[in-house]
Design a protein around this ligand. Structure first.
Ligand code: F6P
Length: 543
């Protein structure tokens, strides 16, 4: 059982509060007078650099934050987490995605059972399967090679594979294409079916539960479309499934040879390193998928064994708490300066908001302090031409993570330098701002009336995360870094990060509304807005 300590009742929290009052108006320009600041406030771990010097912190701030970690016994919680204890208490499950990338030679216990044989058995099957797909040994019902993979899933069964396959595009097998169908909107599957040749397509139905409405609707649509060309028996060739629900997969008609299992101790949004990554492995090959798992494992080890003051996920989490709970920042932007990472913010939205968007603590009591922030973002430099105005001059404080990659896969003229100079300039501008004294001399006399509009307050905090290059290993490290940041924050906020009861109500109500949309029956106990919207939908359908 995780400890249940209200963070705001700790001495460290009170100290942080008084410390905040003392330093809240100190400008980053002042902090930056210290020429050693970068030296003290950055960490290099393998090919990943984390620079947190452009934050509104002093060494004293960090000391108070570390005291908070000790007071709530974060080290003890990390130990419980890696020991595979049942820390997802509202679902009575362990949370052990780290087992999925742990080497076969090391035991990894989940609720007292060493799971490494199971994990590596599935990994071996994934290796054989993907190698057979890529070599052409495994073929479609027509005997043709597979050229297209369609992953059908949603949430954690989609966002991870989408993000990773996009991020690792340079590693895709030539002549193979991967597609994703997630939305229950029929236009989504329609568009994908338009693009593929059914005779050369492998459908992977990815669903932890194998009951998710959207996924099952899309899987059935794919099956019906397939049956126009092939027979029921042919499904065995062109469909595979990844799930914890063996029975559900069998009754869908998928052959046991194409079933890949994972376990209830893998949360949906933490499942990208499980068999849910099958579509990734098919497209980038098993060697690259293994390197991705190794990167995740390397960061797991860093998180587990590194002291607080050198531990990247812990520092990221503490900085987030500092802004969220003391500066009252209510959102956090993630800004990857790499086109291949364009789906990274969307992936993090589920990881972070589905985990830490909670308002009841581990004792079951309502919380009176802020928990998870709104996570959002967009690839740089596109974001610069959309919403950066608000980050620079708006009324809200928005801490940002800038993620840059040093060596581009596609060096074209000086474009990558143009990208990186924007990355660096933006973090500098957000930090330094532009004072009235700096603006004034630049403005012609007859334009002095616009002077107030050209001032940048600055003092806007950023983390800079640099990868030497974007490859399977560094991507794995980046991803695990955020996974563990979310763990630390949820633990300190005294919430359960690994359940998601908040998505249930909407699902339940949709079931009630569906019959009313489909026929003339009326849904029970509807409010007047919903009732009238249904009526209008029906009316316009008849028209
Ligand atoms: O959105 C709720 C959720 O349960 C997520 O946690 C999960 O990733 C997603 O639905 C998909 O679930 P499944 O993999 O069981 O289809």
């Amino acid at each position: 059982m995780l400890k249940k300590i209200n963070p705001t009742s700790t001495a460290a929290w009170s100290n942080l509060q008084s410390h905040f009052e003392r330093i809240k108006n100190v400008h980053l320009r002042e902090w930056m007078q210290d020429g050693e600041r970068f030296e003290r406030f950055h960490i290099i771990f393998e090919d990943l650099l984390f620079d947190y010097s452009k934050n509104r912190i002093s060494q004293q701030t960090l000391e108070h934050l570390f005291d908070l970690c000790r007071e709530v016994d974060l080290p003890g919680a990390i130990h419980q987490f890696f020991e595979g204890q049942l820390i997802n208490e509202t679902e009575n499950r362990a949370v052990s995605h780290m087992a999925l990338r742990s080497p076969a030679t090391k035991s990894f216990f989940v609720n007292g059972k060493n799971v490494q044989d199971d994990v590596h058995h599935v990994l071996n099957r994934i290796r054989q399967f993907t190698e057979a797909i890529q070599s052409g040994n495994k073929r479609s019902f027509t005997g043709e090679r597979f050229t297209d993979i369609v992953n059908i899933g949603i949430g954690g069964s989609d966002l991870g594979p989408v993000m990773v396959t996009e991020a690792l595009k340079p590693y895709h097998a030539p002549d193979m294409h991967v597609h994703f169908v997630s939305n229950v909107d029929p236009s989504h599957i329609h568009q994908v079916l338009q693009k593929i040749n059914i005779r050369r397509t492998l459908f992977i139905v990815a669903s932890k539960t194998f009951t998710t409405q959207e996924t099952m609707a899309n899987a059935n649509a794919a099956k019906n479309y397939f049956l126009k060309y092939g027979t029921e028996d042919d499904i065995a060739y062109n469909f595979a499934a990844v799930s914890t629900n063996e029975k559900g997969v069998q009754s869908f008609g998928i052959s046991p040879a194409h079933q890949f299992e994972f376990w209830d101790w893998v949360g949906g949004r933490y499942s990208v390193s499980s068999a849910i990554g099958l579509s990734i492995a098919c497209i980038i090959g098993f060697t690259n998928f293994s390197a991705f798992l190794d990167g995740l494992h390397a960061m797991d080890q860093h998180f587990r064994h590194t002291p607080l003051d050198k531990n990247i996920p812990i520092l990221m989490a503490l900085l987030g708490i500092w802004y969220n709970n003391f500066f009252e920042a209510d959102s956090h932007a993630v800004l990857p300066y790499d086109q291949y990472l364009h789906r990274f913010p969307a992936y993090l939205q589920q990881l972070d908001m589905e985990s830490n968007g909670k308002s009841v603590d581990r004792k079951g009591e309502a919380i009176n302090y802020q928990t998870g922030p709104i996570v959002w973002g967009e690839a740089g430099t596109n974001g610069q031409h959309a919403f950066y105005q608000l980050i620079h001059q708006g009324t809200k404080l928005i801490p940002c993570d800038f993620i840059g990659v040093v060596n581009s896969h596609n060096p074209i003229a000086n474009q990558h330098n143009l990208l990186l100079c924007n990355f660096l300039a933006q973090t500098q501008a957000l930090m330094m701002g532009k004072s009235i004294e700096e603006v004034e001399p630049e403005l012609p006399r007859d334009q002095q009336d616009i002077l107030p509009f050209k001032i940048f307050e600055g003092n806007r905090p950023t983390n800079s995360i640099l990868l030497k290059s974007l490859n399977p290993r560094t991507l794995g490290m980046l991803l695990a870094m955020y996974e563990h940041k979310v763990f630390v924050q949820g633990y300190i906020w005294n919430i359960y990060s690994f359940d998601q009861w908040g998505v249930e109500l909407g699902k339940q109500l949709a079931k009630n509304i569906l019959p009313a949309l489909q026929d003339n029956s009326t849904a029970s106990s509807l409010d007047s807005s919903t009732e009238n919207l249904i009526e209008q939908i029906k009316k316009w359908r008849k028209d």
